[in-house]
Design a protein around this ligand. Sequence first.
Ligand code: GFB
Length: 302
Amino acid sequence: MRILVFGSNGLVGSNVKNVLLETSYECLFSSRKDTDLFDLNSTLETIKKFQPNIIINCAARVGGINANDKNRTIFLLENLKINMNIFESIMGLDPIKVINLGSSCIYPLDALNPISESSIMSGKLEPTNSAYAMAKLTAIELGNSIKKEFGHNVINLMPTNLYGKYDNFSKEDSHVIPGLIYRMHDAKINSQKKFSVWGTGTPLREFLNAMDFAKSILFIIENNINDDLLNIGSNEEVSIKELASIIKKTINYEGEIIFDEEMPDGNPRKLLDSTKIFDYGWKPEIKLEQGLKEAYEWFKSN
Ligand code: GFB
């Protein structure tokens, strides 16, 4: 079995690489410096040369609530280009299994929680990340079309909010966990008395460690699971306020946590219904407290 991983240097790609390196599959890990996924010829060349049976596409322009809202055009364009080039490249090739990654933000703002796969396209998107979500929805539609017309097997995985080692830690642009870790670590070092969490603290989020997600991808390959659309969550839900206090404990920050209500909350609740993947027999292993400790250690040494 020959597995090609695009985006092998990011949060998901790095964890997928570590998981696959423990197997005997023949793998090619392709990062930004190996393949220009914004260029059709470069994408096609990598695929034709390696001739994979499976492509795992972990490449994406991602970011947190602020980055998504601020860079709408680039998030939409870059994610569209990556997915268009991969799918257009394989159109004329022998059947390939493509594991394509999306996000829980593809589901409508008013979808019933826990959000099942059948909620897709049943309503309007959450406005802070609608551009990114639209690119991911287009990728799903493209994948389904390629499957129907060209015989490739496309599996779209929708992970819940991911975090962990190899995350992108940025004060302004990352997701909540790396953002809070970075900013709170700074507050601790500078003996800041108060720490400001964005929004009201009331939104609920479900978090999954990216290593668990990587293992779910291997589980899907090894058990030959071929659903068009599959949610991958942890069923572990916390409020942003609770998350901030767990991170405070992890970092050992002693100041007071306050809330900046000028900053957006985004979606009030985003809990995935992961019944399908749980019923297949996959379960996450890393509890949030443990995963946060590991992420903090990784952040400090990197
Ligand atoms: O993780 P996050 O940026 O994105 O924010 P979403 C989650 C929640 O944490 C929001 C709050 O309610 C934020 O207001 N928050 C509090 C913070 N403090 C911070 C902070 O320092 N940094 C950040 N980033 N948030 C993302 C989408 O939505 O979900 C992505 O933007 C993707 O596109 C991902 O789909 C799964 O969970 O709101």
